[in-house]
Design a protein around this ligand. Structure first.
Ligand code: CP
Ligand code: NVA
Length: 325
């Protein structure tokens, strides 16, 4: 029986390093089963709610397919279906859905709303992204890193871009749990809160690895096994597009940046969606918004679609281990 039974995953801080690795191990097994065409309906008879107050492609599709393949029924509840705080309080909605569903994935804005929902739902709640964290994405990222490098402890990984956003912070939490040698390469204006990094370092569970926040490229890139980027403007920040481009334009991941690691096996990661060419309306309106060159995104080092697939394997592991144990 897993210690994760009945637990929430609102941030990766909710799990121990060993529990995070247990989730990754389980996801790896489930991925192998799927490749072999083996179907096991471990969640038959269970119902899962997927709440989206912000849009989603991967998270929605990954949880839907994961639930379906495990034999569960999943129901998507969008922003216009549930009007949090408009017609019904978060606490009341949580108590209703907790009576009906066996687990709830929640994508929202403020972490406090998800935490309030989880406090009253009485069933496992999984954060499918909020302004501060994106833990279900990082489970998939850890699986992708392990698929490529075998061992996470001590693995050098560099995040490039907005060092304060939900991806940078969640990767930093994961690093402190499982021992990545995690570096954030960001302009000073976008460095995360030093107190948060100091707390993560002080409380880190792994004796190996580290956390470095810097605008020094050599320090951040040398020896790195993976460069990770995210959009420069997260959902809900669209009014800051021009200022973000101005401060991050030198931080685009290029082939030269990949080469600056000094390794030939460095991979490129991105949670997606990404701006890497002018094929979208947003990028045509702001041609300098691309956080990565097309050459890197489409190149042999890119593992971005493996990450997307791994969202589904890790969603399965998370639902199984928190609902069934
Ligand atoms: N990576 C990710 O969470 O993608 P979506 O916003 O499409 O769910
Ligand atoms: N930082 C991005 C992640 C998207 C998956 C956002 O919050 O929009």
């Amino acid at each position: 029986m897993s210690t994760l039974r009945g637990r929430n995953l609102l941030t990766l801080a909710d799990a121990t390093g060993a529990e995070i690795l247990e989730l990754v191990d389980r996801a790896e097994l489930l991925a192998a089963r799927r490749r072999d065409g083996v179907t096991v309906h471990t969640l038959a008879g269970k119902s899962i709610a997927l709440i989206f107050l912000k849009p989603s492609t991967r998270t929605r599709a990954a949880f839907l397919v994961a639930a379906t393949e495990l034999g569960a029924h999943a129901e998507v509840l969008g922003r216009d279906d549930i009007r949090f705080g408009v017609k019904e309080s978060t606490k009341d909605i949580a108590r209703v859905l907790g009576r009906l569903f066996h687990g709830v994935m929640f994508r929202g804005f403020e972490h406090a709303t998800i935490a309030e929902f989880a406090a009253h739902a009485g069933v496992p709640v999984w954060n499918g992204l909020c302004d501060q964290y994106h833990p279900t994405q990082v489970l998939a990222d850890l699986l992708t890193l392990r698929d490529n490098f075998g061992e996470l402890a001590g693995l050098p990984v560099t995040y490039v871009g907005d060092g304060r956003n939900n991806m940078a912070i969640t990767l930093a939490i994961a690093a402190a749990k499982v021992g990545l040698d995690f570096r954030i390469l960001a302009p000073r204006a976008l460095h995360p809160d030093p107190a948060l990094i100091a707390t993560l370092l002080a409380e880190r569970e792994s004796p190996v690895g580290g956390l470095t926040v810097t605008d020094d490229r050599a320090l951040a890139l040398t020896g790195s096994a993976a460069l990770y980027s995210d959009v420069w403007v997260s959902m809900g920040e669209e009014d800051q597009t021009l200022e973000r481009i101005a401060v991050l334009r030198e931080y685009k991941v290029t082939a030269a940046m990949m080469a600056a690691t000094g390794r030939s096996d460095t991979i490129y990661l991105h949670c997606l969606p990404a701006f890497h060419n002018l094929d979208t309306e947003t990028a045509r309106a702001h041609p300098d918004i691309c956080e990565v060159d097309e050459e890197v995104f489409e190149g042999p080092a890119s593992r971005v679609f493996d990450q997307s697939e791994n969202r589904m394997h890790t969603a399965k592991a998370l639902m199984e281990l928190t609902i069934l144990g």
